[in-house]
Design a protein around this ligand. Structure first.
Ligand code: HEM
Length: 144
């Protein structure tokens, strides 16, 4: 209390700085849109890994599959950045098992995230903090 209030207020978490759940949802939606665009390019790098999901959504066999991935990803980022969200999806190892994701595919995926972070005007400091979280998952995502 008193004059120390400002000093003692907790620093905003990365979750807060990304704009809480709403800001994270925009970042994830941007990422998904960018990945979707990339998969439609000639010589797409990400079409191979995403084709089973895209086919399931587009054929109507599993119309909410992409929506589930989106919501899980928002929860995952919302939890890992210090927010109140709780990730209820698969472990990164299990989620990407059988996909044989390559390091190149990971790099291209990461570039789609970067584009969305830039579009959403995330600062370089906050981008670096988020990449520290994301890049720790590299070895669980790639090569299984
Ligand atoms: C650190 C980086 C990554 C994170 C944090 C991440 C996160 C996730 C999450 C949360 C899920 C859903 C798991 C569930 O619903 O239980 C998922 C699934 C998936 N991820 Fe990733 N991912 C990453 C990298 C990649 C890369 C590099 C690719 C391919 C280029 C990829 C392709 C997919 C696909 C195709 C699915 C499955 C969708 C389905 O079949 O329903 N991911 N990922």
């Amino acid at each position: 209390c008193g004059k120390n209030d400002a000093e003692e207020a907790p620093a905003p978490t990365l979750y807060d700085r990304l704009g809480k759940t709403e800001g994270i949802a925009k970042i994830v939606d941007g990422l998904i849109a960018n990945v979707g665009t990339e998969t439609q390019m000639t010589n797409s790098v990400m079409l191979r890994s995403h084709k089973p999901m895209l086919d399931a959504v587009n054929s109507g066999a599993d119309p909410t599959r992409l929506q589930r991935l989106r919501n899980n990803f928002i929860d995952q980022v919302g939890e890992a950045t210090g927010g109140p969200l709780k990730y209820k999806g698969l472990s990164m190892l299990t989620a990407h098992k059988g996909m044989a994701v390559t390091h190149t595919e990971f790099t291209v995926w990461r570039a789609q995230l970067e584009k969305s972070l830039n579009t959403n005007k995330v600062s370089e400091t906050d981008k670096a903090a988020l990449y520290a979280i994301i890049d720790k998952m590299h070895d669980d995502v790639v090569g299984h």
